[in-house]
Design a protein around this ligand. Structure first.
Ligand code: FE2
Length: 437
């Protein structure tokens, strides 16, 4: 999302458009569902969709009405019901949630007031929360991140109204080598201090010296992953870390999430239907342990998040780019984002989105697991609240980069960091491998 640094009027128009775009997306995602379905929770890992609706409204109220404009709470009990830290996802169906109609009304009421506040507010650089509309960017990205989570819930719900018609992935694909590209040693800038809507965990920009390394030109495909399965990768503890092998044995998993063997081939359960596994698509729904085991089996390793960011954003010219292809926001030629196709696209579908080093599909398609734990950057300061990132730092979570087909363009960039437990695979995650030079 490029912030127009022109007039405050232009910035406010951009913000209003972004808020509206997020809301159209959210309401569109739940539109095919009955009231009853919105209460359903398909897994202990996910909230019922109706919780996400009320939560997005409550978050917007908290930040854009109460923090920015000093409004009183609509109902103080909402702050507890919709507090993600107070209530784990499995507990949310039993909370006194607003029903679908009330949640939609709450969303609409808060939104009307936020647009009024936006008209009057002074987006002064003197206040960090308002500088270049930061707090608005936070609320817009928050709703988009919930939309992606809702898509993961919908996939688990096996909803047959999905995917909506007319979303064919690109069929014209470039023929590209599935080899590795070399990234020479050198100091680079990691993170950002200038991206207006970057989160606290992406800041500040800092120099890092990296030795030379090799990294896969493309994400690991289903064909490559099937080779790992067929070589007995899931049966051989040598490829797995101790924790990974424990997960493998306890979970009994022997293939990516939603995969099923049918005769001699594999099918994927997608929204309640069986579709063939497309060999040239990036593999998705593999957890960190599986990605790590594949990499060892292949004689490689997962990239660190710094290596990933260098391959995505740097180039021989020593200049940092916001996206692999440059500084311009993604268009449909660059990347598979915005749930345009409701699934990953084949390798080679986005030649215009390649990075300067020649890596394809780094943005969109599948989130890519890295070997890195989610840790603060040197000089990190929480902003505007500790629970956004700080409480997650440590060795429990692994960093994912690049966004998926379900990520919105406003909520992704080369510096964006996502994190999750190494056992998680209901998210739209895959990986690419790296190797020491
Ligand atoms: Fe949230």
């Amino acid at each position: 999302m490029t912030i127009d640094l022109g007039s405050e009027h232009d910035l406010k128009e951009t913000i209003a458009t972004e808020l509206e775009g997020g809301r159209v997306r959210t309401l569109g995602l739940v539109e095919p569902f009955s009231e009853e379905d919105l209460w359903r929770s398909p897994s202990r890992l996910m909230s019922p969709l109706v919780w996400d609706l009320g939560h997005c409204a409550n978050y917007e109220e908290l930040w854009l009405l109460r923090n920015v404009a000093g409004h009183r709470p609509t109902d103080p009990s909402y702050d507890d019901i919709y507090n993600a830290f107070e209530h784990p996802r499995w507990e949310r169906p039993s909370l006194p949630l607003l029903g679908p109609a009330e949640a939609r009304a709450y969303m609409g009421d808060v939104r009307g007031k936020s647009l009024d506040v936006l008209e009057r507010v002074d987006l002064t650089p003197e206040e960090r929360l308002l500088d270049r509309g930061y707090v608005y960017g936070m609320v817009v990205q928050h709703e988009h991140m919930h939309d992606e989570t809702m898509l993961a819930t919908i996939q688990l719900m096996k909803e047959k109204a999905y995917p909506p018609a007319a979303t064919q992935p690109p069929t014209a694909v470039a023929r590209i080598e599935q080899d590795m590209v070399f990234v020479a040693e050198g100091s680079i800038e990691i993170g950002t201090s200038i991206e207006p809507w970057a989160f606290d965990n992406e800041r500040p920009a800092h120099r890092v010296d990296l030795p030379g390394f090799w990294i896969d030109r493309t994400p690991v495909t289903n064909a490559q992953y099937i080779a790992f399965i067929e070589a007995g990768g899931y049966q051989d503890p040598r490829h797995w870390t101790d924790a990974g092998w424990t997960w493998r044995q306890e979970s009994g998993k022997q293939a990516p999430g939603f995969w099923k063997r049918e005769g001699s081939s594999w099918v994927i359960g997608r929204y309640g239907r069986s579709v063939p596994v497309e060999l040239d698509e990036p593999v998705q729904h593999v957890c960190w342990y599986e990605a790590d085991a594949f990499a060892r089996w292949a004689g490689k390793r997962l990239p660190t998040e710094e290596e990933w960011e260098k391959a995505a954003s740097w180039g021989p010219d020593g200049r940092k780019r916001r996206f692999p292809w440059g500084d311009d926001d993604p268009t449909p030629d660059h990347a598979n984002v915005d749930q345009r196709h409701f699934g990953p696209a084949p390798i080679g579908a986005y030649p215009a989105g390649a990075s300067a080093y020649g890596c394809h599909q780094m943005i969109g398609d599948v989130w890519e697991w890295t070997s890195s734990d989610f840790q603060p950057y040197p000089g990190y300061e929480w902003f505007p609240y500790r629970e956004y990132s700080e409480v997650f730092f440590g060795t429990d979570y692994k960093v994912l980069r690049g966004g998926s087909w379900a990520t919105h363009t406003t909520a992704i960039r080369n510096t964006f960091r996502n994190w999750d437990y190494p056992i998680r695979r209901q998210i739209f995650c895959g990986f690419r491998c790296a190797k020491d030079a």
